[in-house]
Write a protein that binds this ligand. Structure first.
Ligand code: WT7
Length: 651
């Protein structure tokens, strides 16, 4: 386990307490502390009660069927996710309420009311059906943060097609892997996207990715126009606007989905090289995400809710699309970078739209700290009432800065621990009830049973480190890994019988508060993005110059962790700065820019145990400049001194 020593210090010495302000508690959706007790005594009854906030075409017969590791929630229930996120709001007072307030990076903007959003979704749903896309078919979506992204997702949901959104920062090769794994019939992309004023060549990546795959048609949104340089392949490619123009303008009936029908796939990194397609189903996911919007985010009709994540990650799926829309909220969606055109862009957006709830990541908060408070001081942030954090453990300094400079001491902070696999927030404060401590995600939300256990699965003493586990199934849990149920079983339920293993280390303090310590597997968390060490290693050894590679995550002031790669080259290869650049670029081409190694160190040899296992712990110690621990298991201890010297030279 990689544990930041500062984190342990925070856990042991954090004395600050932040009770919910009385004015917040009074108005909160969840302000009766008995909810925890009630949910603990009868979790099924609690979830059945929450499920009443979702519209069902047919009510469910049974709350939970648990045949470990397979859960079925809301058995027999029929519903549709797009109906819940859009159509039901079109029938009442929210018909003309802003659903999506979109801010483009260059400064253009669009507002879609629930009724307008519904029309767009219906047109796209019709158009999908016209192409022969059927219930259960996979549609890969590779789009920038533009309204067509949620529209495409909801159109899939409306007809029961399974969407697989691939983050726009992934390379052509990574997109191709995900298309192949999902066996997608259709790809929806854009000519290009904007990022910090430059273009992301989505269409050209897509062209490279789809060749020789199952993709028959490519739908292309025109976001950039001429400057994109995108070319269309006749017979295969269709412009989105032409595609919709010929679709019926009548309402598109929603497919009746079983609660357990698949809603979407979302790929995430694990310990082995190949990304896993995490499978989420309709009923449980929707109940889970909708519940957390009301409990953790205290969502109200009067809120303007801004989540800064990209929809290409689970945070965006849950807390830009399905969560807020199923709750009938107004959600702000921003296309670009926080420092474009200037470093005050988020604060400008908060002021412009009167944002009341802001959900962002520790890495962003640390970046704002570095930039300094003057960028916030340019804007009126009085509309904010609640702040959220997600993606990695938040260090107490960042928490306090968020509290003081963004929340002006007035807004509760919800630090939400969860994962792609959990679908929705799992360990988080309820802002009207929970006394917060900077750096702790506090306690499991009602209905979630979590613990910290030792190697044998026994709960550890307060303050002791161990494996974070979830002991009871929950509605929005992943159902399987796409096409590989055995991997699902092994990865998440292989260590402790019937108990879910998230892959994080944690401690519980004397007050029962959880402190997440970071990943215990070979997953690196770079700026809240999950990257498998194996994926980066595979990309490196794919390069003809490389013989062997070992990749580790070292602590980084802003990114949380940064990627360091130790590489041995083949006989006769010249090492030097050019090769470093070439290898970094190779990783970017194979995975995407977020996986670019911070540094590459050439080594004559990698440190290995006598059983030929690479000693990553040692490499991490070298990269973080720590005094080296026990190296007696090392086959050739002189390797370490050499590596230490080389690491120093590379700095
Ligand atoms: C991993 C999941 C869930 C949305 C974003 C990432 C880490 C996430 C926290 C938090 C400490 C956190 C964990 C987790 N993580 N949120 N509040 N405190 N750690 O989703 O890509 O599936 O990554 O992110 O290590 O396992 P993801």
């Amino acid at each position: 386990m990689t544990v930041d020593p500062n984190r342990l210090d925070a856990l042991l010495h954090e004395e600050r307490r932040f009770p919910p302000p009385e004015s917040f508690r009074e108005q909160a959706n969840f302000n009766d502390p008995a909810v925890y007790e009630r949910a603990a005594q009868d979790p099924d009854a609690y979830w059945a009660e929450q499920a009443r906030h979702i519209s069902w075409f047919r009510p469910f017969d049974k709350v939970l069927e648990w045949d470990p590791p397979h859960a079925q929630w809301f058995v027999g229930g029929k519903l549709n996710a797009a109906y819940n996120a859009v159509d039901r709001h079109r029938q009442g007072a929210r018909k003309n309420k802003a659903a999506i307030v979109w801010e483009g990076e260059p400064g253009d903007s669009r507002v879609l009311t629930y009724d307008m959003l519904g029309r767009e979704v219906d047109k796209a749903a019709h158009a999908l059906r016209q192409l022969g896309v059927q219930k259960g078919d996979r549609v890969t979506i590779y789009l920038p943060m533009i309204p067509e992204l949620p529209i495409a997702m909801l159109a899939c949901a409306k007809i029961g097609a399974i969407h697989s959104v691939v983050f726009g920062g992934f390379s052509a090769a990574a997109l191709r892997d995900r298309i192949l794994d999902a066996d997608a019939k259709l790809l929806i992309t854009a000519d290009a996207g904007w990022r910090r004023g430059s273009l992301i060549p989505l269409k050209s990546n897509a062209d490279q990715a789809v060749d020789g795959t199952s993709v028959e048609k490519v739908i292309v949104v025109r976001r950039v126009g001429e400057a994109s340089g995108a070319s269309m392949v006749p017979g295969r490619d269709v412009w989105w606007h032409d595609w919709l123009a010929q679709a019926p303008t009548t309402p598109c009936p929603a497919e009746e989905m079983d609660a357990e029908d698949v809603l979407f796939l979302l790929y995430t990194s694990g310990t082995t090289g190949k990304p896993k397609g995490i499978v989420h189903t309709t009923g449980g996911y929707l109940v889970g995400v909708n519940t957390s919007m009301r409990s953790v985010f205290d969502i109200k009709d009067s809120d303007v809710y801004f989540c800064t994540a990209d929809i290409g990650w689970v945070t965006g799926h849950t807390y830009i699309v399905y969560g807020p829309l199923s709750a009938g909220a107004t959600v702000v969606m921003y296309e670009g970078a926080p420092d474009f055109p200037d470093r005050d862009r988020y604060w400008q957006i908060v002021e412009k739209y009167g944002v009341t709830i802001l959900y962002t990541a520790p890495t962003s908060i640390r970046t704002f700290m570095k930039w300094g408070p003057e960028y916030l001081q340019r804007h009126n942030l009085d509309s904010l009432r609640l702040l959220g954090s997600v993606g990695e453990p938040i260090n107490p300094e960042a928490w306090m800065w968020f509290h003081e400079h963004v929340g002006h001491g007035r807004c509760p902070i919800v630090d939400t621990w969860w994962q792609t696999e959990t679908g929705a927030a799992m360990i988080a404060p309820l802002p009207g009830l929970t006394v917060t401590k900077p750096g702790s995600a506090t306690k499991p939300v009602p209905g979630i049973v979590a613990d910290v256990v030792d190697e044998q699965g026994n709960p550890v003493e307060p303050g002791q480190g161990g494996y974070l586990v979830i002991k009871r199934p929950w509605p929005s849990m992943l159902r399987t890994v796409w096409g590989d149920d055995e991997r699902f079983r092994r990865t998440y339920f292989g260590k402790f019988e019937g108990v879910y293993l998230p892959g994080d280390g944690a401690r519980i303090d004397e007050d029962g508060y959880f402190w997440i310590l970071g990943r215990i597997d070979d997953v690196i968390n770079v700026s809240g993005h999950r990257i498998g060490t194996m994926e980066v290693e595979s990309a490196l050894v794919d390069h003809p110059a490389v013989a062997e590679a070992a990749v580790i995550g070292r602590s980084h002031e802003v990114k949380g962790q940064a990627i360091t790669a130790f590489v041995t080259v083949k006989e006769g290869v010249q090492t030097g700065p050019e090769l470093v650049q070439e290898l970094k670029q190779h990783v970017v081409d194979m995975i995407g820019a977020m996986a670019r190694p911070e540094e590459i160190i050439f080594a004559a040899e990698l440190p290995k145990t006598r059983s030929a296992k690479i000693m990553r712990r040692l490499l991490r110690d070298i990269a973080e400049g720590r005094v080296l621990g026990d190296t007696t298991t090392l086959a050739d201890p002189s390797v370490v001194d050499m590596l230490k010297r080389q690491y120093k030279d590379s700095e």
